[in-house]
Design a protein around this ligand. Structure first.
Ligand code: NAD
Length: 507
């Protein structure tokens, strides 16, 4: 394994050399630029907190240039036939696949996610483009709605230039998930990637360029949320904002976009319950519980960060869980053996570590982990953590920690499980483990969440709707739901010339 790590590090260095030695800029109107003000920030690797290079801190003027570019490219892109757009987007997917190894290695070094998961980043990113490319020719099709004397039909048109703002947890996949449907619908895009992990967004822009996407159709501006992100959400040319990130940022974006009446689509935070009943398939439930909080460093919006465990199965389940969590391999993200890597940034790392004190202060037990690890040098490493003896009033049960940290809460009955599951401001996803079909159906309809998985971990299907309720989001992505967001629906009503037109002023 050490040999494999060395070889991965050598390859990663080759790909990273061009960032270490230069300043990463914006991609606006088909050109790479260093922005109007020349200000930069250091992009640090979570593996050792050393710089991966400088990145331009986008100004409001840089964002303005990108929005104007998206505006002037809009009509031609929107009027291009869906089948032509489909060809370009498939070419883009080809380019992503050609650079799959580079995307995986760069993404792992930039955001700390283990390579074993990031190997999928390019494959899933390309799949997002192919799925929406295939839907592009039908995007404009609407419904036919008949009445006796009239026929109504609807058509859809792309809403205009849109802003896409993404977080750092799985940056490449999430960017493609938002940008692919926007482009397939006929919208032009200004993308603001997360400042903690900007590198693969640049690779994505290079893939778009290589695929022959016309200049201005996709623009990318680096920088901080409070300046570049804010300017994007306030710009008049931008008709809608697709945002993935924290709930509190979503509220700010809604306020910032209000004066220009922005349409918004929000995929926000979660504190998702996994509810394991006494009659669950023990081994499958255990595998899923471990996977859904300790994979992707626990930095996953749909992670099941609250385990609700029924009292009958609890002692045996917690013992087995402890053994598994103690065994999880923490290490360098490029080591193939690594299951949990370093957290994205020191500020986030310190936030996650602060919950260790919060747990003990509130009366929970740190059954496993809870410590920073310094044996890998100066990276943001910590031990996978398991909190037991918790109740739902504690901070570790209420707040989104967004790390490899699981809070276990005991329940007695179905009613109590439901009450605890829904006692949260969030409502993104929920997971139910039981062999009783009736109970699964009752729980699935009553747990307040946008997505429920029964006897499964998060298993994605691109045509299915993805999104949250309560403070976890507004709107749905996936399938035709994405086009509903990126397009306007127009109703056209045609008379059959059989009805009486009302007459006024006629003698
Ligand atoms: P964040 O909200 O801090 O930042 C996300 C993006 O918003 C970044 O690009 C940032 O620069 C930008 N931003 C910040 N302030 C802004 C402002 N005032 N105006 C415009 N843009 C602004 O989120 P994060 O810490 O990068 O990501 C983690 C969060 O993302 C977690 O809460 C997680 O649950 C959530 N998330 C949700 C989903 C989902 O599908 N529901 C998926 C992934 C991540």
């Amino acid at each position: 394994m050490a040999q494999q790590l060395d070889s991965n590090l050598t390859k990663a260095e080759q790909y990273l050399a061009k960032y270490r030695n230069q300043t990463l800029g914006h991609y606006i109107a088909g050109e790479w630029s260093l922005g109007s003000e020349g200000e930069t920030f250091e992009n640090l690797s979570p593996t050792n907190n050393e710089s991966l290079g400088k990145v331009v801190k986008g100004s409001a003027e840089d964002v303005n240039q990108a929005c104007l570019a998206a505006q002037s490219a809009f009509t031609e892109w929107a009027e291009m036939s869906g089948s032509e757009r489909k060809k370009i987007l498939h070419r883009l997917a080809d380019k992503i696949e050609e650079r799959a190894e580079e995307i995986a290695l760069v993404e792992s070094m930039d955001c700390g996610q283990p390579l074993r998961f990031m190997k999928q980043a390019a494959i899933r990113g390309a799949a997002n483009f192919r799925f929406f490319a295939d839907k592009s020719p039908e995007a404009k099709n609407g419904l036919s709605l008949h009445q006796d004397n009239h026929t109504n039909y609807t058509v859809r048109t792309p809403i205009g230039p849109v802003g896409v703002i993404t977080p750092w947890n799985t940056p490449f996949m999430l960017s493609t998930w938002k940008i692919a449907p926007a482009l397939a619908a006929g919208c032009t895009v200004v993308h603001k990637p997360a400042e903690f992990s900007p590198l693969t967004a640049a690779i994505l822009a290079e893939c778009a360029e290589a695929a022959g996407l016309p200049a201005g159709v996709w623009n990318m501006v680096n920088g901080f949320g409070e300046v570049a992100g804010k300017a994007l959400t306030e710009h008049k040319a931008i008709k809608a904002v697709a945002f993935v990130g924290e709930t509190v940022t979503g509220s700010m974006i809604q306020a910032q976009g209000a004066p220009t009446l922005k349409r918004v689509h929000f995929e926000l935070g979660g504190k998702n319950p996994v509810i394991v009943f006494d009659d669950a398939d023990f081994e499958r439930a255990l595998d899923a519980v471990v996977f859904m909080i300790y994979s992707l460093n626990g930095q996953r919006c749909t992670s099941s960060s609250r385990l609700l465990i029924q009292s009958g199965i609890k002692p045996k389940f917690i013992e087995a869980l402890k053994a598994r969590v103690e065994n999880i391999q923490v290490g360098h993200p490029l080591d193939p053996a690594t299951e949990v890597g370093p957290l994205v940034h020191q500020s986030h790392y310190n936030k996650v570590l602060s919950y260790m004190d919060a747990a003990t202060e509130d009366g929970a037990t740190i059954a496993v982990g809870g410590k920073a690890i310094d044996s890998f040098g100066n990276g943001n490493y910590l031990t996978p953590t398991l909190f037991t003896d918790a109740d739902n009033s504690m901070r570790i049960a209420k707040e989104e920690i967004f790390g490899p940290v699981l809070t276990c809460i005991e329940f007695e009955s179905e009613e109590q499980a439901l009450e605890i599951a829904n006692d949260t401001d969030y409502g993104l996803s929920g997971y139910i483990w039981t062999s009783n079909t009736g109970r699964a159906m009752r729980m699935a309809s009553k747990v307040e969440a946008g997505m429920i998985w029964v006897n499964s971990e998060n298993n994605r299907n691109l045509p299915s709707p993805f999104g949250g309720v309560k403070m976890s989001g507004i709107g749905r992505d996936g399938g035709d739901w994405s086009f509903d967001f990126y397009m306007e629906t127009k109703n056209i009503c045609i008379a059959h010339d059989t009805h009486n037109v009302p007459t006024l002023g006629k003698l």
